[in-house]
Design a protein around this ligand. Sequence first.
Ligand SMILES: CC(C)(COP(=O)(O)OP(=O)(O)OC[C@H]1O[C@@H](n2cnc3c(N)ncnc32)[C@H](O)[C@@H]1OP(=O)(O)O)[C@@H](O)C(=O)NCCC(=O)NCCS
Length: 281
Amino acid sequence: MSLPLIREAAPSDRRQVAEMLAEVWGGGDFIMGVWREWLSSPSGDLLVAEVDGRVVGIMYVEYRPAGEAYLAGARVHPRYRRRGIAAQLTLECLGRARSRGKTLATLATSVENLAAQRLAEKLGFRLRARVVRVRASPLSRGQVDRVRPLGPEEAGSAEMWARERDGRPLKFDWYSYSTLTADDLRLYAEEGFAFAVGRYDGLALWQPYSFGGPFLMLDYLSGSRESARELGVLARLEARRFKLERVYGQVRASEDTLKGLVEAGFRHPKTRGMLVYEKPL
Ligand SMILES: CC(C)(COP(=O)(O)OP(=O)(O)OC[C@H]1O[C@@H](n2cnc3c(N)ncnc32)[C@H](O)[C@@H]1OP(=O)(O)O)[C@@H](O)C(=O)NCCC(=O)NCCS
């Protein structure tokens, strides 16, 4: 086999990429849905690995504000695995991020994906957080005494609280993760989708989504057991108010927060979760 060539993807690669993805997870990969967006994004590079004129690997790096880069969409054709192709794609992404002045690279993978975890560890990524998927049904009646909307002017102090509690807090960003910033908090607060308990004992951000069916997505939730319980109950009540079918969430695995959410009627499958890795550049 000749050495893989790593290069930027071109529109004409689409057919070959689709063929390759059909072999990876039996089709149904979200990547074809974001192909054009990734290909033409001014804030990211979509790379492919080519061997003997054939596309056998793909990876996307997104350049984010505040010095961060996010790696996503790592896929290598099953017949070309364990030949260093994903490692080469990752190193190219890291190099590009570094030359844009980025200082931290982040990626996420499922707790079940040992190959991706080993790959990240081999390339010097460290585990930053485990994120648990939670879900609940909407609720028509429930008692919430201490939760209040977060004011946009509180964004700075709420961000400081989250940083003290979580280290660098993570926000779910629709199939990716980013560091929660004061700007995020201000935006959710202005939209009416940021809630706090006290100043502060708990904090949650969510938004209504429609994808398959309408649901409420908890993008961030952290707090003591009692605060998490109240925030969870409010999320379920809000879902009913907006006529949504479910509440989903991606929450950092902290024992008290998860206990509170379980008391609020959330479930979290034991095995399904994500590991978020990071590497200083
Ligand atoms: C994960 C994936 C991208 C790795 O691609 P790859 O080209 O085979 O990876 P590399 O050959 O560059 O592997 C580099 C290192 O990662 C680790 N690694 C890769 N695959 C592994 C596996 N199946 N089991 C254990 N370690 C693995 C090893 O340390 C390997 O080094 P080594 O071969 O010298 O031991 C590929 O398996 C794949 O496409 N999987 C399906 C899609 C997927 O899960 N993507 C990641 C989503 S986050």
